[in-house]
Write a protein that binds this ligand. Structure first.
Ligand SMILES: *Cc1c(COP(=O)(O)O)cnc(C)c1O
Length: 211
């Protein structure tokens, strides 16, 4: 539920139909590390929830879209399945590792809880939709100007073909490349609150000036 570089979301119905047709015994774990705190708010009619009986578990990160401290990842799994998620590997910690134990900070869990309580479900809906809208506006401008890019309509990531981006531009706007080796193919922008309209307008003007 959203890749890190593109914000692309798999067609989960198509994927699970494939397994169903083969009559396989399978389990689905959803990686919502990035998308978990945006996609459900921007796309309410989606198949990525426990309403979809084919999904067993999810992970989602508070430290991405909610900007909580690092280490606020969440794992949720259907009742009766947690046993399969247990590992013997951390046997130096007494007891099986279900939740907050060992030297993990409980303050992280409290921080995440507070952020969720303060925004509330409706608050997050407004916040996440406005980020997706801002991303859409940028996408429309790119399309008009012939700048090749990818965007999922429900996600705040916009990924631009590297041919449009000069080294100067990459540096000025701290753009994120798909590879830190030579010759990236793509650069992305994650549209957050601090990515203001003024900066985006200036960026579009700089892009045009490259041609
Ligand atoms: C960030 C991210 C991860 C890594 O998760 P961490 O909890 O930050 O270690 C995994 N998958 C996706 C899609 C991500 O965006």
């Amino acid at each position: 539920m959203s890749t890190t570089m593109f914000g692309s979301v798999d067609d989960i119905i198509r994927v699970t139909n494939y397994f169903e047709n083969l009559e396989l015994n399978y389990k689905v774990h959803v990686d919502g590390a990035f998308g978990g705190f945006i996609y459900p708010f921007t796309n309410e009619e989606n198949s990525y929830s426990f309403k979809n009986e084919r999904i067993t578990s999810f992970t989602l990160d508070g430290h991405k879209m909610l900007q909580s401290p690092y280490g606020t990842g969440v794992f949720i799994i259907r009742k009766g399945f947690m046993n399969y998620g247990l590992t013997e590997e951390a046997s130096y910690v007494q007891g099986n590792d279900y939740t907050i134990c060992g030297s993990r900070s409980g303050a992280n869990a409290v921080a995440l809880w507070m952020i969720l309580k303060i925004h509330g479900s409706d608050g997050l809906k407004v916040k996440m939709r406005s980020l997706a809208d801002k991303t859409k506006t940028l996408s429309v401008q790119f399309t008009k100007k012939g700048i090749e890019h990818y965007r999922n309509p429900f996600i705040n990531i916009i990924t631009i073909r590297a041919k449009h981006i000069s080294a100067q531009l990459e540096k000025k706007y701290s753009l994120v490349p798909d590879t830190h080796n030579q010759n990236p193919n793509w650069y992305k922008i994650v549209v957050m609150d601090h990515v203001k309209k003024g900066v985006l307008d200036e960026f579009v003007m700089d892009l045009e000036a490259m041609f």
